[in-house]
Design a protein around this ligand. Structure first.
Ligand code: SAM
Length: 463
């Protein structure tokens, strides 16, 4: 692997950079494979995954001994875990250090697709907190919806807006995560083809765009709120220099994680660095940590948003058909009384009553792609269930399960026809090793497969 000489030359002044070991790790080592468990679905690592060791900074993260074929693991499709490189999981530690577990937070993940950081943040928030996960590029927003649907939370909303649109929600968010689009050098080991796209000119374009994104969305963060900025680039211009830009141009204070307790950064190989103006950042080099190149920094906002918005109170609007809906949803949703729902174009979405106002504001101001858990449509008095409901954390234990073996699970995930004997008919959830995969409708002489067409597996395991 030939790393760009201009990149290597530019890194000599970067704290923690060591040319020989950096070049060597890109020549030799295979990138480690790591996954993060979905704590709402499992607390134990599935036994079939190759021998694992914990990621030290994330309680739900594990390194696998080798990279299995995730495509052919039904538990991957069930949202039991997310495949994520380990350095990014450091966000878990930042959240644990900065926030109390019972704090109700409004969190914006501004550049969220495909959803690695969002699924992690969703795992760390309590039900009263809200995660707004945003992706400006429409096609990428669809992948984000898919991954968050698999994660299954009722307190996650997905939007697809330009960062500047968030000024309409001035001072709304307690935490804003900007995992910025960047020149991507930190992922060269995993994606050598990205090397050809790297250039000093692209680094310049990237940091200019990073500044624009931060400036455009800055008003959305409340005074005293927390900004978490990260990239997967090694370039100083996108990292330490950006910290100085944030402190001088946006007037934020840099937070030193050492202030929050004894985090053994150097034992883990994480490099604590300082910008020219003394702002703090954390660098992950693949020759020092078991993970890919990553940079993260935390700030506190000191100033008020430019405009002051008095957010309206919103009361739950019960629909005329509330009773009928309750009876249709009560049989498929666990503890329905804990939730509320709304209907849009015939589709019903379940969410937490505490987020009534948020729903109203997000619908009014942004392009809302998903709110909470999509339940499905009503046909008469019955629910035609949506795939998302099967994968959600609210699916009732009373919904009949169709237990399948591995081959049947793969047939289901390919959307093939398959037959399993079942004593009952009607809507059932296909279940593999107790993990829900999606819906089927069992008829007297066949089973209709309702796995979403666009999510289906298109290949077969090699013999
Ligand atoms: N946070 C994601 C995760 O952990 O899975 C990865 C985010 S990726 C580094 C950056 C994202 O920013 C991409 O999904 C990209 O489409 C989006 N993006 C690109 N241009 C943007 C812009 N001008 N404003 C906001 N987001 C942008």
């Amino acid at each position: 692997m030939n790393l760009p000489q201009a990149l290597l030359d530019s890194l000599h002044t970067v704290q923690g950079f060591q040319l020989d070991s950096f070049v060597q790790v890109h020549q030799q080592a295979q990138a480690p494979t790591s996954i993060r468990l979905n704590p709402f679905k499992t607390s134990t690592l599935p036994a079939h995954l190759p021998l694992a060791t914990p990621v030290p900074w994330c309680k739900t993260g594990y390194y696998l001994a080798e990279r299995p074929s995730f495509t052919f693991d039904p538990l991957f499709h069930a949202g039991a875990y997310y495949v994520q490189e380990a350095s990014s999981m450091f966000l878990a530690l930042i959240f644990e250090q900065l926030f109390d577990a019972d704090q109700a937070l409004n969190v914006l993940d501004l550049c969220a697709a495909p959803g690695g950081k969002s699924t992690l943040v969703a795992s760390l928030l309590n039900p009263a907190s809200l995660l707004v996960s945003n992706e400006v590029i429409k096609s990428r927003a669809a992948v984000l919806v898919e991954n968050l649907s698999k994660w299954g939370c009722t307190n996650t909303f997905v939007t697809s807006n330009d960062p500047s649109d968030f000024t309409r929600l001035a001072g709304y968010f307690d935490v804003m995560l900007v995992d910025a689009p960047c020149s991507g050098s930190g992922l060269f080991r995993r994606d050598p083809e990205a090397i050809a796209e790297w250039s000093p000119e692209n680094v310049t374009l990237c940091y200019q765009r990073q500044q624009r994104i931060l400036a455009d969305a800055w008003d959305a963060l409340k005074e005293g709120g927390t900004l978490i900025y990260s990239t997967c680039s090694y370039s100083k211009a996108e990292n330490e220099d950006m910290l100085d830009w944030v402190t001088t141009q946006l007037g934020a204070s840099s937070l030193n994680l050492a202030r929050y307790g004894n985090i053994p950064l150097s034992d883990w190989g994480i490099v604590a660095c300082e910008s020219e103006k003394g702002a703090y950042g954390y660098r992950f080099f693949p020759d020092k940590v078991q993970g890919e190149g990553f940079f993260v920094a935390v700030f506190q906002k000191n100033n008020r948003p430019a405009k002051y918005i008095n957010y309206p109170r919103v009361k739950t609007q019960k629909t005329k058909t509330f009773r009928e809906e309750s009876s249709a949803f009560g049989s498929v949703v666990e503890n329905l009384a804990d939730y509320t729902w709304f209907e849009k174009n015939g589709d019903y979405f379940l969410y937490n009553p505490t987020h009534e106002k948020d729903l109203y504001l997000l619908q009014k101001n942004l392009y809302l792609k998903k709110a909470g858990v999509m339940l499905g449509k009503l046909a008469g008095k019955n629910l035609v269930p949506e795939h998302e409901l099967a994968l959600s954390t609210v699916l009732s234990a009373n919904v009949p399960r169709l237990n399948v073996d591995y081959e049947e699970a793969l047939a289901y995930l390919r959307r093939d026809d398959f037959m399993v004997a079942s004593p009952t008919q009607g809507w059932q959830v296909v279940s593999y090793k107790d993990f829900a995969l999606g819906w089927v409708k069992v008829l007297p002489n066949r089973i209709n497969n309702y796995y979403p067409k666009e999510w289906r597996i298109l290949s077969r395991p090699s013999a």
